[in-house]
Design a protein around this ligand. Structure first.
Ligand code: AMP
Ligand code: MG
Length: 337
């Protein structure tokens, strides 16, 4: 495995590698992706192998520009209203952390979509990612560059540490800006369905296209890992707590606490006799902002996971903005503990 920069010449090199069927991890605004040429079944098969990802779990195809959408998706087979809404979303929220589920084109291998008649497509808001995709085949499958079920990578070092030589190249673009995965929205039914909360808040989507459905736990087959109960998990067992519970936790040496805001940490500290130090205490956003908290979520969990704690206690985020995406990740991280 080689780590490259996001210089122009390194991106060109990485694009050639993709075209040759190699796997290239690269930064997007959400998390680092494990990229493979979206039209190359052998390279796609390696993505599943390297991540140890079940074959029933379809990949997101990343494109470089809006015109590239038709490489993977067949918009003509969408019903009129859905097509109009798709246009509004692409125009208003792309490039950005929004993945759309659309009717699939024949050119996309079944492996990429786990045999479904639909395909997941996203136009990332990251200059290096888009250059890389544009210089390869224009359609790059890229799930998060981590072993299946583990913490998503927000830095090149996370990819190196978790995948090592199982990946051919890593483009190092520093820490990712949004920090949680894309919102996944299914456009193929009568009403758009939000399959996974993510980097674009529901409010922003509904402001553009009106109400979306949020399928309940009983709504049909699992077709997104966002819907698998255990996911995004650190090695350290994690428990999720409401703010009221978090405020009155007793201090336990060797346990970590992940507070949502500086205010909630201070409230807890006021109830603790003595002044620390408390090595495993972290705050997602000093000012209690859900966008800032999402950006530091996986980064902070990676950091806590390296401290050898016996448990991490995490505080729920408020259910606004990117709060639902944060709570979704924390709930699934807790599901295996
Ligand atoms: P990841 O790339 O690991 O963040 O996950 C990609 C997400 O998109 C997963 O939740 C997938 O199951 C979901 N996804 C991809 N393709 C489809 C599809 N055709 N229908 C529904 N969900 C999909
Ligand atoms: Mg993932």
């Amino acid at each position: 495995m080689r780590i490259l920069s996001v210089s122009d010449s390194d991106i060109t090199l990485a694009a050639e590698a993709l075209k040759a069927g190699l796997l290239v991890a690269f930064p997007t605004e959400t998390v680092y992706g494990l990229g493979a040429d979206g039209f190359n079944p052998a390279a796609l098969a390696r993505v599943f192998e390297v991540k140890n990802r079940p074959r029933f779990d379809p990949l997101i195809i990343h494109i470089a520009r809006l015109e590239g959408l038709e490489l993977a998706a067949d918009l003509d087979s969408l019903e009129g209203e859905a097509r109009k809404k798709t246009g509004l979303l692409c125009g208003g929220l792309w490039p950005g952390p929004l993945t759309l589920i659309l009717p699939k084109r024949g050119a996309v291998p079944d492996l990429a979509t786990a045999g479904l008649a639909t395909v997941a497509v996203r136009l990332p808001d990251h200059p290096a990612a888009r250059k890389l995709i544009a210089r390869s085949t224009g359609a790059v499958a890229a799930p998060s560059a981590n072993p299946f079920g583990r913490l998503s990578p927000t830095r090149a070092e996370h990819v190196r540490d978790q995948l090592g030589d199982r990946v051919d190249l890593i483009l190092d673009g520093g820490r990712t800006r949004v920090g949680v995965e894309s919102t996944v929205l299914d456009m193929t039914g009568p009403v758009p369905r939000l399959l996974r909360p993510g980097g674009v808040p529901r409010e922003k989507i509904e402001a553009l296209i009106g109400p979306v459905d949020i399928p309940g736990p009983s709504a049909g087959p699992v077709n997104a890992p966002g819907q698998l109960k255990s996911h995004y998990a650190p090695r350290t067992p994690l428990t999720l707590h409401r703010p009221e519970e978090m405020a009155v936790l007793e201090y336990e040496a060797g346990a970590g606490c992940l507070f949502f805001s500086g205010e909630s940490r201070d409230r807890w500290l006021r109830g603790i006799p003595g002044a620390g130090p408390f090595p495993g205490i972290r705050v997602l956003s000093g000012g209690g902002d859900t966008t800032e908290a999402a950006a530091s979520l996986f980064d902070t969990l990676h950091e806590l996971d390296r401290l050898g704690l016996f448990r991490i206690r995490a505080e729920e985020a408020p259910p606004v903005g990117l709060g639902p995406a944060i709570n979704d990740r924390l709930r699934r991280a807790a599901a295996r503990s």
